[in-house]
Ligand binder design. Structure first.
Ligand SMILES: Nc1ncnc2c1ncn2[C@@H]1O[C@H](COP(=O)(O)OP(=O)(O)OP(=O)(O)O)[C@@H](O)[C@H]1O
Ligand SMILES: [Mg+2]
Length: 222
């Protein structure tokens, strides 16, 4: 596996945290890695333009330094669903345009880690969802599951939808976003019900600690 599309069971489930771990993991294999957060709602207005924290964190971990608007072509100030944020400022999110940015990046590196926004079926405009973007980029998918009450249903629905899209679910990550010890049975249940491999069981991390050491991408180097 090289390039990947990282989605999650919801917003705030650890997509960025795990994406950073995945970038580091690919870098350990000697790959030159770029990151993309193509659509971000919830941006800060800076002198140089709208800037999103995820895009900035991801690009800090990436091997190559790229212009901000290539990493995050759609940046919206409001922290709401992308199609609504876009509508509010009269923008229509165009998947083809994101694909052009992706192609431009991909030519310069060995791997691109693309972080979605929200979950798999988040609308981008009147026609397309995040799933359509992943399909257009034709990338294997990694699903981040926040381990908490309700996550089995969210995870299985997401797995079903990813499989229906025709893309390959490369694997999923159990991400412990809460400091709760009673989670082993949830993870075990997810393992029993998801055919794709579990790429990591990431504990609740102390501030600043990376997920890298808890991830296993498979193949020879891990
Ligand atoms: N394993 C973990 N241990 C402790 N804190 C975590 C863990 N994973 C994520 N977090 C924290 O949970 C919050 C949400 O994580 P993160 O930003 O990675 O989620 P996200 O899915 O990328 O969110 P968004 O939908 O906004 O892009 C962050 O404050 C992050 O530091
Ligand atoms: Mg994020």
């Amino acid at each position: 596996m090289t390039s990947i599309f990282v989605t999650g069971t919801d917003t705030e489930v650890g997509k960025t945290t795990i994406s950073i771990g995945l970038i580091a993991k690919l870098q350990e294999r000697g790959l030159v890695v770029a990151a993309m957060k193509p659509i971000a709602s919830g941006c800060e207005r800076m002198s140089e333009g709208l800037r999103n924290e995820d895009a900035l964190i991801l690009s800090k971990q990436a091997t190559v330094s790229l212009p901000y608007n290539v990493i995050n072509p759609y940046a919206f100030e409001s922290a709401i669903a992308p199609h609504i944020a876009a509508q509010q400022v009269g923008v229509v999110i165009n998947i083809k345009s994101i694909k052009q940015h992706y192609n431009q990046i991909q030519q310069q590196v060995d791997a691109v880690v693309v972080e979605g926004a929200g979950g798999w079926l988040v609308p981008l405009n009147d026609q397309d969802t995040m799933a359509d973007l992943a399909i257009a980029l034709d990338l294997p998918v990694v699903l981040v599951v926040a381990i908490r009450l309700g996550c089995i249903n969210h995870a299985l629905l997401s797995v079903q939808a990813i499989e229906q899209s025709g893309l390959s679910l490369y694997g999923w990550v159990a991400n412990h976003v809460e400091d709760n010890k009673q989670t082993a049975a949830i993870v075990s249940s997810l393992k029993d019900n998801i055919t794709a491999p579990c790429l990591g069981n990431v504990p609740y991390l102390s501030s600043g600690k990376l997920a890298t050491e808890y991830l296993d991408l498979g193949g020879d180097d891990d």
